[in-house]
Write a protein that binds this ligand. Sequence first.
Ligand SMILES: [Zn+2]
Length: 342
Amino acid sequence: MQRRRPSPALLALFVAGCGGASTEQPTQTFRACDGAPTFVEPNPAYAWTPNAIRLVSEELAPGVFAIYDRDAAEHGPAGIPLATSGGFVIGDDGVLMVESMINRQLFCQAVALVQAETDTPIRYVVNTSSHGDHTFGNTFLPDDVQVVQHTKTADDIAAHFDADVAFMEANFGEDQGIEEIEPVSADVRVDDGGWSVDLGGVTVEARHYGFAQTHGDLFVYVPDSKVMWTGNAFVTEEPGIPWLLAGNGAAAEVTLAAVRDSLPADAIVVPGHGRPLTPAAMNFSIDYLRAMIGGVETAVADGLDLEATVAAVALPDYQGYALWDWIHKQVNVPGTYAELNP
Ligand SMILES: [Zn+2]
């Protein structure tokens, strides 16, 4: 219902030169991607298996592409976790990429999807948060690509890189190439006022709306096309729910509602992990947060302990996500409970 358009075109490896403004520049070289990919079977122990993922691109507006998991149309509505989504915007002077993915293989798939559309060089990569599945591919960027992050994201990566690697290896595997990731400093540090760039004929904004899933979330927006990337703050469609890994669900709810309300109804929203949707598709996440927080508030007022609170805040109307028992019962409810019981 909230699907915006029919199924995506699968990756068609047109040779460079079929799109973009320049046909004279040599194709940008990514030496990290010289090797052939090695696809593996999904490991059910992982939230999703990076080296099992096939990414596709979809043109949402002229020169504006989403990149997402090939299985998104099937797995998203079924509540099955999806790989990180991203995308790219092609200007006359350069390409801006959203997210660099979790490892070499997914980074290189994303670069191949860009180079299938244009030989205009990638000039910027915007990371929507510090999380490794959005940033680790920065390791493989050549020096002429500028990394754009919120100042708090850049500082988080500098301070907590080892912890993020450990979290990613615990949930996405120790055999997925994460061990070769190195921290990369931001070239452009964005403050709460946001940032924008003219790529040549198209402007891209990086907006900050306040705490969403981290305190350094950026939302990437192309005003001319009304396309927005949300990162993890809006992780995926119903029945997926927000991952409050840094707590603060009340602020997350306010921010998500503000993001949704700032967009035209016919905007296209690319979630952190899923296929392109409408702004109205964010309602499920916002309503879930309100119901979860309200339920925990009631439980606390009734004097329930944590175990009884988890049992009381069952929220049957919001179940269906494959990671419900982890994210709702072990992350979102306990975190909110702790905040309301200082
Ligand atoms: Zn993510």
